[in-house]
Design a protein around this ligand. Sequence first.
Ligand SMILES: *[C@@H]1O[C@H](CO)[C@@H](O)[C@H](O)[C@H]1NC(C)=O
Ligand SMILES: *[C@@H]1O[C@H](CO)[C@@H](O)[C@H](O)[C@H]1NC(C)=O
Ligand SMILES: *[C@@H]1O[C@H](CO)[C@@H](O)[C@H](O)[C@H]1NC(C)=O
Ligand SMILES: *[C@@H]1O[C@H](CO)[C@@H](O)[C@H](O)[C@H]1NC(C)=O
Ligand SMILES: *[C@@H]1O[C@H](CO)[C@@H](O)[C@H](O)[C@H]1NC(C)=O
Ligand SMILES: *[C@@H]1O[C@H](CO)[C@@H](O)[C@H](O)[C@H]1NC(C)=O
Ligand SMILES: *[C@@H]1O[C@H](CO)[C@@H](O)[C@H](O)[C@H]1NC(C)=O
Ligand SMILES: *[C@@H]1O[C@H](CO)[C@@H](O)[C@H](O)[C@H]1NC(C)=O
Ligand SMILES: *[C@@H]1O[C@H](CO)[C@@H](O)[C@H](O)[C@H]1NC(C)=O
Ligand SMILES: *[C@@H]1O[C@H](CO)[C@@H](O)[C@H](O)[C@H]1NC(C)=O
Length: 841
Amino acid sequence: MGGKNRICSILHSPMSLLFNLLLLQCCTATNNITLDRPLSQEQVLTSPGQNFELGFFRPNNSSANQYVGIWYKNITPRTVVWIANREKPVTDSLASLTIGSDGNLKLVDGLHDTLWSSNVSAPSYGSVAVLSDDGNFALKDNISGDNLWQSFEHPSDTFLLGSSIGFNTKTGERRVMTSWKSDTDPSPGSFVVGLAQRSPPQAFIWKGSVPYWRSGEWDKTNFIGIQQLDSSYSSMFDLIEDIEQGTVYLISNPHNQSDFEKMIVSWMGPLKLTFWEDQRWNVEWEAPKNPCDVYGTCGPFGVCKASESPICRCLKGFVPKLDGEWRKGNWTGGCVRRTELLCEGNTSNEATDRGKADKFWKMDRMKLPDFSQYKNLDYPIPCQQWCLDNCSCKAYATIEGIGCLVWTGNLTDMQEFSFGGEAFFLRLAPSEFAHERLREKLIISLTTISCIITLALGILIYGLHRKRSQKISEETKISEDLELAAEIESSSEILPSYMLRSHLELEDTLELPIFDLNSILIATDNFSLDNKLGQGGFGPVYKGYLPDGKYVAVKRLSSTSGQGKEEFKNEVMLISKLQHRNLVRLFGYCSEKEERILIYEYMANKSLDKFLFDPTKRAELCWAMRFNIIQGVARGLVYLHRDSCLRVIHRDLKVSNILLDDKMNPKISDFGLARIFEGTQYLANTHRVVGTLGYMSPEYALTGMFSEKSDVFSFGVLLLEIVSGRKISTSYFKDQHLCLLSYAWQLWHESKEMELLDEALADSFSSSEVKRCIHVGLLCIQDYAEHRPSMSTVVSMLSSETELPQPKQPILFQSALKSDRSESNSIWSTGQITESVLEGR
Ligand SMILES: *[C@@H]1O[C@H](CO)[C@@H](O)[C@H](O)[C@H]1NC(C)=O
Ligand SMILES: *[C@@H]1O[C@H](CO)[C@@H](O)[C@H](O)[C@H]1NC(C)=O
Ligand SMILES: *[C@@H]1O[C@H](CO)[C@@H](O)[C@H](O)[C@H]1NC(C)=O
Ligand SMILES: *[C@@H]1O[C@H](CO)[C@@H](O)[C@H](O)[C@H]1NC(C)=O
Ligand SMILES: *[C@@H]1O[C@H](CO)[C@@H](O)[C@H](O)[C@H]1NC(C)=O
Ligand SMILES: *[C@@H]1O[C@H](CO)[C@@H](O)[C@H](O)[C@H]1NC(C)=O
Ligand SMILES: *[C@@H]1O[C@H](CO)[C@@H](O)[C@H](O)[C@H]1NC(C)=O
Ligand SMILES: *[C@@H]1O[C@H](CO)[C@@H](O)[C@H](O)[C@H]1NC(C)=O
Ligand SMILES: *[C@@H]1O[C@H](CO)[C@@H](O)[C@H](O)[C@H]1NC(C)=O
Ligand SMILES: *[C@@H]1O[C@H](CO)[C@@H](O)[C@H](O)[C@H]1NC(C)=O
């Protein structure tokens, strides 16, 4: 060891090829640079767990420029996450990354010019630079081990778990991410991501110095301008404010994800959260995503709504500043107030307004405008009162987690979401409200007239279109459209134009495609039995073949959901926002006549039960696959329960709802459908709609109470089924009428849990993993919801070696079973268990 080090130190000013070769041999496996062991161009540092490498690389093959960077060791094409010398590339072959005599990390070229330096005050007695497994490269004090400098605090274009961005008001430091100039040029590009010094802080993407995207204010858990349905969504970030130090940093909230995940500001602008799967980087989230997300699209006092056309409109009480430009679709000029505020004007002017005050117009589901001011109202005056009392206050909002926000300048970068968002109160002159009723009536009657005209036209066009594509009698068509007309007329609200259009042209401006029934009939060969894949909880599923050569799974919801078109559409839009690698992806939907159809991605390996309960195929499911499936399902559930925008309880988790892709990765299906059926049919149709007996938790079967913990119960059952290869509905053991759950508990209690393992598994399993799984499964199926762990705890229990609590014996279902032994075969089938449980009470 000592000998090798000596050779290294002799070689550190590179002299010949031979020496370089020796150098390569002696220093390949290290993860650090020291004073006497620099890094030459041929070498790389490798992190101890082989996750990352650091070295010289050439992003553009046809250019001589080299950079020092960090990349994932096992991912091709090379994905660089950090670069030292973005501004000054290495152009010769004698450069090295060293620890300088001042203790700093330095990149020097053959002429001993410094191309890049960590530029901190370091002790001169020696420091060491270490590449660690999370992708951080840190300069440490050799004695104390303190970090003097680290790449996580100087991100390039990538934010890893552990990185931070933000600012320090005392030192003026700005910690930002900067995009590359192009795909092959890592020098700083025009897009910069950082936190703006606002209170509360907001994240921004700037293009040069112009804002390009804005996250909205931080409400202590989330950025409120990022669309999400409710406050239970938990962000992957934390904001750390230190008032004394004057620092505000955004860090990632460690959520123990083992997958490769990173956030990157691409050279073309968008900020993307991506994860590595199936040999590519998949985008989980990105911003800006549509034109409305781009900062200030509609100018001051304009509101953007992505689903409307045109996307921009003026706020109520405002008119376009430059009417001509506005009509042409150049909205940058924004809007101006039509009637001056009462507090601004001459009270003597308008007799009708005497004695009145300005009023507030409420707007829902808003991304709030920029330049808010936080008002710390120290005695309980409502935000509204404060705003009313100060004429420069143009609007206010009261945000949970923040408090009172007011606006005094122009209102820029507002967006109306289709869900989520915040309530916003805009100050307007009272006269704007006085004309309200009259104008509303006028608009309604005008709209009705134009509706009728549009409808007539629509019917004509629609009819012609349909005549060609489908043989449907004129009568039904017209009556359908008349129904629609009635619907529109009877509605007291003014229908936005896009709704009319989507009714009439069957086209939608939102992202999720609508399929027409005819094309679905063709794709599934009129729902032929040959194409039927199975019967899910909410209706049959068919295989479909689209003209573009893609296979899809077509779920035909049982026609009894009783939902209207718009309700259904809204619900589907919400479900389509749920995207996770362990959830089946929704491609589109169809809602025509009585049909409610969902189109999903097609899963090559169908559902888990086709393997697990098949006498021959079960052996293909080796332990590694089963463990991967268990973990994947658990992660999918964590997303549904906690990380998604909706906080969804699945309610019908079971083996046949776990689908497998071509690589046998699990994807949960049928999630979110309980929402569609909520409050409509499930009382009459219990077994099909809200759950499958055997998977139902005791509290649900007995009292109808449902929570995330009921899904945890179902997950426990699923887990034990996967481990044992036995169906919950038919498995009885040892002639004791023990059901799977009690049997598993008993075996575990006697420390014989390995007997539960499916015999089809040869000996290719890790018994510690199996034991851990069974243990976690038993924790999930405990009788009392409060004893069961949450899904995120389950995920960490499955993946770590920590001590697990002792599961309590499951008793409730055991006694239920004993009370009705004779019907042991049908007892778990639909309906009957409910009865016997009720009898037992
Ligand atoms: C640096 O690398 C050497 C071997 O290459 C290793 O023995 C040593 O522990 C490493 N130091 C640190 C701080 O990781
Ligand atoms: C650079 O060259 C390598 C090997 O010749 C090749 O694999 C890689 O795709 C090239 N990269 C680019 C960006 O052309
Ligand atoms: C690569 O480098 C060459 C030479 O500097 C340059 O002309 C070319 O534009 C670069 N290509 C890309 C894609 O950046
Ligand atoms: C870093 O370098 C700049 C000039 O490049 C210098 O002004 C500054 O003082 C340096 N900072 C430290 C901490 O050495
Ligand atoms: C770090 O400190 C140890 C012990 O104090 C010493 O043996 C070693 O040479 C130092 N390393 C460097 C790079 O200065
Ligand atoms: C993440 O895992 C570590 C150990 O593996 C554990 O100490 C920590 O509590 C976990 N954090 C979360 C948020 O689950
Ligand atoms: C848009 O309108 C602004 C004035 O608001 C004008 O300066 C600008 O040139 C217009 N842009 C285009 C593309 O017409
Ligand atoms: C108020 O009204 C008076 C008379 O009606 C007029 O002279 C004055 O300019 C008005 N002031 C403002 C601020 O409009
Ligand atoms: C009204 O609000 C503005 C902005 O917050 C503030 O500067 C001004 O002093 C306030 N005026 C009164 C009368 O409170
Ligand atoms: C608001 O409008 C004014 C002009 O009315 C303009 O100068 C300014 O840049 C706009 N933005 C803000 C935040 O004031």
